[in-house]
Write a protein that binds this ligand. Structure first.
Ligand SMILES: [Fe+2]
Length: 341
């Protein structure tokens, strides 16, 4: 399929020969190297492809510097680089590039003295979204074998996979988030604080240690509808991050924390099963890969990190998560809430 004559889009590779490609995502062929300023027509085509397909894979982008990645993602008109830059420069940590703190380093790569250079997320499977904007992941370094993978799923496909008789219930659910059980920081820091997920990545199994949460200034409790409407495609999306959930409210009634976790796990499992399914795409990273995802429709998950068992090399990823400009139609928060028991 082509987008005019500007670029060629191909389906993502199927994980298993028996399965077709997933019902989302495209590989973008014949993209110019992103180090050069982007032609307005190419940007327009990429923006349209991102909204239509949710996930774009651009290969062969070797030698891309963090500032180039930042410039690339900043050029999408619906994203808000100013807000994101102010956030990232205010909380700059050792895992951010000193000359471009909006870009984080992820992975198990170390410097000559053996010091970690990136945030290492050992949570394993953990389905989530990075907010309501877009995320860029760029692979600078990755082992060939065994490959490091990230899983992607479509909230649209997950909604479509819900049995018809479960959809009205799903549409009446508010997912309430808080920092009662997690640090409110990145998943790598949650892991260090003792957070653990169930093996399918759909339910919080162990909360953060109380001492790791105490004294932190987390976001106030807030809620999001489980089913949201994508502002560009107007399609319904199943959208939630189980790790950060406090509880569910169904038709105005709060469920207990335990029942909430069980219910959300059940609803999300349709589109995100980590086993043999046509609805999940596992991207195997190789140097020069750049992946762009629309967080208003794509959920993603890490995979168990076992690299240090192998002598095949380490992984270094660049990560930018950018907020969308506000307001986005149909994409507002519900507001600050009280917490259920
Ligand atoms: Fe993420």
């Amino acid at each position: 399929m082509t987008t005019g004559t500007i670029m060629e889009l191909s389906p993502l590779r199927a994980d298993h020969p028996r399965l077709g490609p997933p019902p989302f995502g495209r590989i973008v062929r014949s993209t110019p190297h992103l180090a050069a300023p982007l032609d307005a027509n190419v940007l327009h085509a990429l923006d349209g492809a991102l909204a239509s397909h949710g996930l774009l894979v651009i290969e062969g982008q070797h030698g891309l510097a963090p500032a180039m990645e930042w410039s690339f993602i900043s050029s999408f008109p619906w994203l808000d680089p100013d807000y994101t830059a102010s956030l990232r420069t205010a909380d700059a940590g050792w895992w951010q590039f000193p000359d471009c703190p909006m870009v984080r380093r992820l992975g198990d790569v170390v410097d000559e003295s053996g010091n970690a250079l990136g945030l290492l997320n050992r949570l394993g499977y953990e389905w989530h979204t990075d907010g309501g904007g877009a995320t860029l992941l760029y692979c600078e370094q990755a082992p060939e074998s065994p490959p490091r993978t990230t899983l992607f799923a479509s909230g649209m496909a997950a909604y479509a996979a819900l049995p018809q008789d479960r959809r009205p219930e799903a549409e009446s659910i508010l997912v309430c988030y808080s920092t009662r059980f997690v640090t409110g920081d990145t998943a790598a820091i949650d892991y260090e604080a003792g957070v653990r997920m169930t093996p399918n990545g759909l339910r919080l199994a162990e909360p953060a240690r109380p001492d790791a949460i105490r004294g932190r200034r987390g976001k106030p409790p807030h809620a999001r509808p489980l089913v949201r409407v994508h502002p560009r495609t107007a399609r319904k999306v199943l959208w939630a991050s189980p790790k950060n959930m406090d509880h569910l409210e169904i038709a105005g009634r709060a469920l207990s924390v335990e029942r909430s976790r069980a219910r959300l796990e059940k609803l999300l499992q349709y589109g995100t099963a980590t086993g043999d399914t046509a609805l999940v795409y596992a991207h195997r990273w190789k140097p020069g890969d750049l992946v762009l995802m629309d967080n208003r429709q794509i959920l993603h998950s890490t995979t168990p990190y076992e690299n240090d068992r192998y002598a095949h090399g380490r992984q270094l990823m660049h990560h930018i998560s950018m907020r969308a400009r506000r307001p986005q139609e149909g994409w507002t928060d519900v507001g600050v809430l009280g917490l259920a028991g």
